[in-house]
Design a protein. Structure first.
Length: 386
């Protein structure tokens, strides 16, 4: 009996040792259950399920949004300066008039987004600024000449119209619902290589860069390069979250800091252009600046929220109403003012030929002044192309 027990113990030890070696060196030989199940069913393990694919891919959003993103080709006639040597009679004798002032055609490219089945296209003002001819190319290879319906240099927006049937239109997202950290996709035509999709996140909201007068930009690290201007920044549902407009770069290419005009602002501008042909904004004739802690201390101000009025246009609505330099603007109508940008947006949102109340702080007391709102003049210098 003792001998049989020793044989059993030795056999078991040897068997466990063999299993350990196999499990370490050839674990596939021990997967007999999965192999038998696969052989009996004839099934072959392949790609992950559709739910897993959706978690790992943004293809649904891309498929929905890309047909509405277009390539924009512009050209304009540019005068070549007359060669300075043409004033020399000897030079003219030998070379004739071949160096006289001539014209040549300059071309550039950008992107745009179809926002209506009627053929309206949103893009940046600087993409089509000064262009003589504009051509739009769709993702289905169709092309069409485009005409400018209207532009708004102060937000760097423009609306074009193409005459094609059955054009795809993108769906607007509510950009005020965007959150820092949301995944976004940038779609456009960088460097003219063709429609390209990049992805990143919303890096920041409410950026004011000084590129345009009215800004509230969405910052993203999705790659945006020259040629992407006017293209779409979309959410994971394929809806338009913004219009790509600018990048911060020391090289000219993407460095992970791009900016887009929020879709809510783009839509407001578009609707005004389609309704009136132009964008109208309120104006009261004041210049303001932010109140910094240093400025508040030097002027002995009790608060830093608001905007300090630094200039009042003589004979303007604010001057007639009694506003003075040094007043602190606290609210426009029922909208509180916290800084320079807030005052600019609140006044611009007023309807011309109406009246509103401006609340200011003067000599430590609050004063309400009724102002007749005027029409904001056109900018003397338009936004320069980026």
């Amino acid at each position: 009996m003792r001998r049989l027990w020793l044989v059993f113990a030795q056999s078991t030890t040897i068997g466990l040792a063999v299993l350990f070696v196999l499990a370490t060196l050839r674990p596939d030989l021990l997967d007999w259950r999965d192999s038998r199940r696969s052989e009996s069913s004839g099934a072959r393990e392949g790609a992950p399920s559709s739910s897993q694919q959706r978690m790992l891919s943004f293809s649904d959003a891309v498929r929905k949004a890309t047909p509405a993103v277009v390539n924009i080709f512009t050209s304009q006639e540019v005068k070549v300066p007359r060669h300075p040597f043409m004033d020399d009679p000897v030079f003219r004798y030998f070379f004739g008039s071949q160096f006289d002032a001539q014209t040549r055609r300059s071309s550039s490219l950008g992107s745009g987004v179809i926002v209506s089945e009627k053929g309206y296209v949103l893009t940046n003002h600087h993409v089509i600024e000064a262009a003589d001819e504009i051509e739009v190319a769709l993702s289905d290879s169709r092309r069409s000449k485009a005409r400018v319906v209207g532009t708004d240099p102060e937000t760097d927006m423009a609306v074009l119209k193409i005459d094609l049937k059955n054009v795809p239109a993108i769906t607007f997202a509510a950009s005020d619902q965007a959150r820092v950290g949301d995944i976004v996709l940038a779609i456009g035509n960088p460097y003219g290589v063709g429609q390209t999709v990049t992805f990143g996140i919303v890096s920041a909201l409410g950026r004011h860069l000084g590129i345009s007068t009215f800004e509230n930009s969405i910052q993203t690290d999705a790659a945006i390069n020259p040629g992407n201007s006017g293209g779409a920044l979309v959410d994971l549902n394929g809806n338009l979250l913004g219009i790509n407009s600018a990048i911060y770069s020391r090289t000219g290419g993407s460095q992970g800091i791009g900016f887009a005009i929020p879709s809510n602002l783009a839509r407001q501008v578009m609707e005004q252009i389609l309704e009136n042909g132009v964008v109208t904004r309120g104006w009261v004739g004041i210049g303001v600046q932010d109140i910094t802690p240093e400025l508040a201390e030097s002027l002995k101000l009790a608060r830093t929220s608001g905007a300090l009025i630094t200039d009042v246009v003589s004979g303007g609505p604010a001057d007639v109403a009694g506003l003075k330099p040094g007043d602190m603007l606290l609210s426009v109508g029922d909208k509180p003012v916290n800084d320079y940008a807030g005052s600019l947006e609140a006044i611009a949102a007023l309807k011309p030929k109406t009246s509103t109340v401006l609340k200011v702080q003067r000599n430590s007391r609050e004063v309400n002044l009724s102002v007749n709102v005027g029409l904001r003049p056109k900018p003397r210098r338009e936004v320069q192309p980026q």
